[in-house]
Design a protein around this ligand. Structure first.
Ligand code: KG4
Ligand code: ZN
Length: 340
């Protein structure tokens, strides 16, 4: 089975062709066109600009992946597109393009939830049995969830305000750095010398739920930055910010592992753009070792937004439900994993 995936929910236009290969998946060709430079002057993603960029590049990227694989449209068994959550303009571009390809080839159209793509991508290269636990940390979402099957997810905890990636991006802006902030804060934190001197809060760390909160942390960072920090103090602050976030995430995932013992969970999956952070990866690896549970994290290139995860989720869907989705499905800017 070969599926072509399209991702246009935010500021990356991506098209990928993935082939099912003995229950796992093989990337035949993947293209990702980042719009980061276009949005950088505005300090965040401008929706109108994003949808225009997606619309301008989607055909070329599709032609490129087909040329690179020597496949033509009729060789593809299904066309998968992100249909939410995300920015409506971008979702419409990708969703309608996939529907068009599905109509002219008479092959299935597959409507994929972007978060489902992030959660399932780890299964493309490794056998991971359901149910498994997952921490999904991206620019728009921070979720601790139980993946019960390819299409059924139970949210155990989530951020009640800012998502982790959003907190990184906002803090980066406060520190005078650019967008996206996560990789820049990670880099700055490596230069830290005097550790733990700002007493940043660990919001909700002693709360009994698995929910998270990061907006207070950002406010504390703002107050500290107003004191005009030196370059080396900024590095210390970036380091402490990263540690504070990680401690909160570790505490809540620890709770999730303990509270789901009856499911006999064997695997913990870290996913989403923030999962490409090496410090966070290492801390979770250590936690899983201590808890005697397998630690799985995708390659960094598969943590941030990409169409391979959409194509792979399409393969999982097509092999389970055997047919495509209705062409009457419309993109949903807000779409919880629990209501798939
Ligand atoms: O999953 P993703 O590519 O897009 C969304 O679905 O939101 O995640 C993007 C987020 C951004 O907020 C970005 O700052 C963050 O992931 N991010 C990181 C790192 N790389 C990307 N955060 C912390 N450390 C990183 N190395
Ligand atoms: Zn994402």
């Amino acid at each position: 089975m070969i599926v072509l995936g399209i991702e246009t929910s935010c500021d990356e236009t991506s098209v990928s062709i993935v082939q099912e290969n003995k229950d796992r998946g093989k990337i035949l060709s993947e293209k990702i066109l980042s719009q980061v430079k276009k949005h950088q002057p505005f300090g965040g993603v401008v929706p109108e600009l994003a949808s225009r960029e997606h619309s301008d590049s989607i055909s070329n990227l599709t032609r490129q992946v087909l040329n690179e694989t020597n496949l033509n449209l009729n060789d593809i068994d299904g066309f998968a597109a992100t249909t939410g959550p995300g920015l409506l303009g971008g979702l419409l571009v990708g969703c309608n393009y996939a529907k068009g390809l599905s109509i002219i080839t008479n092959k299935p159209f597959l409507s994929i939830n972007h978060l489902q793509g992030h959660v399932l991508i780890s299964r493309m290269n490794k056998k991971i049995n359901f149910p498994f636990l997952c921490l999904l940390v991206s620019g728009g979402h921070s979720l601790i969830l139980l993946a019960e099957n390819y299409n059924k997810f139970k949210i155990l905890g989530e951020s009640i305000d800012d998502a982790v990636g959003e907190a990184f991006d906002k803090t980066s802006k406060l520190l005078g750095l650019s967008y996206p902030g996560g990789p820049l804060i990670e880099k700055l934190a490596k230069k830290a010398q005097r550790r733990e001197k700002f007493n940043l809060p660990r919001p909700l760390i002693n709360d009994k739920t698995m929910n998270l909160s990061f907006s207070g942390l950002k406010t504390s960072v703002r107050r500290i930055i107003e004191k005009n920090l030196s370059q080396s103090e900024k590095a210390d602050l970036a380091d402490e910010f990263q540690k504070s976030i990680t401690e909160c995430l570790l505490k809540k995932v620890n709770l999730a592992i303990d509270s789901s013992k009856h499911y006999e969970i064997q695997d913990f999956v870290l996913s989403g753009g923030v999962a490409s952070n090496s410090f966070i990866r290492n801390q979770f690896k250590a936690l899983c070792l201590k808890k005697n549970i397998n630690f799985i994290v995708p390659a960094k290139s598969l943590c941030t937004d990409n169409a391979t995860m959409i194509a792979w989720a399409g393969i999982e869907k097509l092999r389970n439900q055997k047919s495509g989705d209705s062409l009457n499905i419309h993109p949903q800017p807000r779409w919880s994993l629990e209501s798939i």
